[in-house]
Ligand binder design. Structure first.
Ligand code: F6P
Length: 333
């Protein structure tokens, strides 16, 4: 028999991403429309442990769609990784009468959600958990796209466009380090979009001669007097590469680490729209007893996938884009 869902919690966890607020809004508005209640859990899993919550109504999510960050705050909780911590979280769920939780975040957030739902089942509780992928890293295996990636790309592009003005004037080599944790999506998409001389990503082992020296040499032969190298944080330190360029190539490069600026700002149309559809789909899946799922984009559609299976999925890194990047560079043999 289907269990009736009466009240759900929503939280944001891990690194924030532009569009998280749009997802929260969609979850809240969908629950209200479906006649169920929504409680906001603040500071991610940590808030579920400590009982840090806020009742959300339609008005409390008005005019948040355009805001970066997350109105629910976010955190990374070590305690939630332990069974004892999750027991405290389950006690809060019981106290608040939660039938389900929508967790907005990345891989770590979803692994925590799965552990919580398993522990709940072991204790005879029926708690559904739905995950919504939101991270600027775009590194969730089951989903082609994660909320926040597009905005982060646009932010990095805007910064690099500005950098280019000065590096062009000074005829310099610039290294820009972008985020992405262990993934190179951000670096590759940004690199293509700014016409970088070279892009260093963790998915392709860096060969200093081939990927840096040779690319600068070819660009120089083709007439370039400035060189833009985009470095994914997972591919090594931009500063280390710059030092090597100084010593071995004889240029005097400048390094910019874009850092957390990439996580901020008003979300793009793509992030707002995707977040809205994902938030709606998460609540509807729960109501149709398909909780314990991760909402994902697959072939352009928004789908709900069984959480356990989804967490096993991997996606292929779009290496073809790397070839396109190389094909479009100004170079000469
Ligand atoms: O996962 C998002 C992300 O911004 C990564 O790109 C980065 O490696 C990490 O979070 C930074 O985390 P923190 O906010 O803890 O510095």
């Amino acid at each position: 028999m289907e269990k009736q869902v009466r009240r759900i919690g929503v939280l944001t966890s891990g690194g924030d991403a532009p569009g998280m607020n749009a997802a929260v809004r969609a979850v809240v508005r969908t629950t209200i429309r479906q006649g169920i209640e929504c409680i906001g859990i603040r500071r991610g899993w940590h808030g579920l442990i400590s009982g840090d919550f806020v009742t959300l109504d339609s008005d409390s999510v008005s005019h948040i769609m355009d805001k970066g960050g997350t109105i629910l705050y976010t955190a990374r909780s070590e305690e939630f990784r332990t069974a004892a911590g999750r027991d405290k979280a389950l006690a809060t769920c019981k106290l608040l009468g939660l039938d389900g939780i929508v967790a907005i975040g990345g891989d770590g957030t979803f692994r925590g959600a799965l552990a919580l739902s398993r522990q709940a089942a072991d204790e005879g509780m029926d708690l559904q958990v739905a995950g919504i992928p939101a991270t600027i890293d775009n590194d969730i295996g089951c989903s082609k796209y994660t909320i926040g990636f597009d905005t982060a790309c646009n932010t990095a592009i805007e910064c690099i466009d500005k950098l280019r003005d000065t590096m062009q004037s000074h005829e310099r080599c610039s290294l820009v380090e972008v985020m992405g944790r262990h993934a190179g999506y951000l670096a590759l998409y940004v690199g293509i979009s700014v016409g970088a001389t070279a892009v260093l990503i963790p998915e392709r082992a860096v060969d200093f001669e081939r990927d840096i020296v040779d690319k600068i040499r070819r660009a120089r032969l083709a007439g370039s007097t400035h060189y833009m190298i985009v470095v994914a944080e997972g591919a090594g330190s931009a500063m280390d590469y710059a030092n090597r360029i100084r010593e071995e190539v004889g240029l005097d490069p400048r390094v910019t680490v874009l850092g957390h600026i990439q996580r901020g700002g008003s979300p793009s149309a793509r992030d707002r729209e995707t977040a809205s559809r994902m938030g709606y789909t998460a609540v509807m899946a729960m109501l149709q007893n398909r909780g314990n799922c991760i909402i994902a984009t697959q072939n352009g559609a928004i789908v709900d996938l069984d959480m356990e299976e989804a967490l096993q999925m991997t996606k292929e890194f779009p290496m073809d884009r790397y070839q396109i990047l190389e094909a479009l560079s100004v170079t000469q043999d």
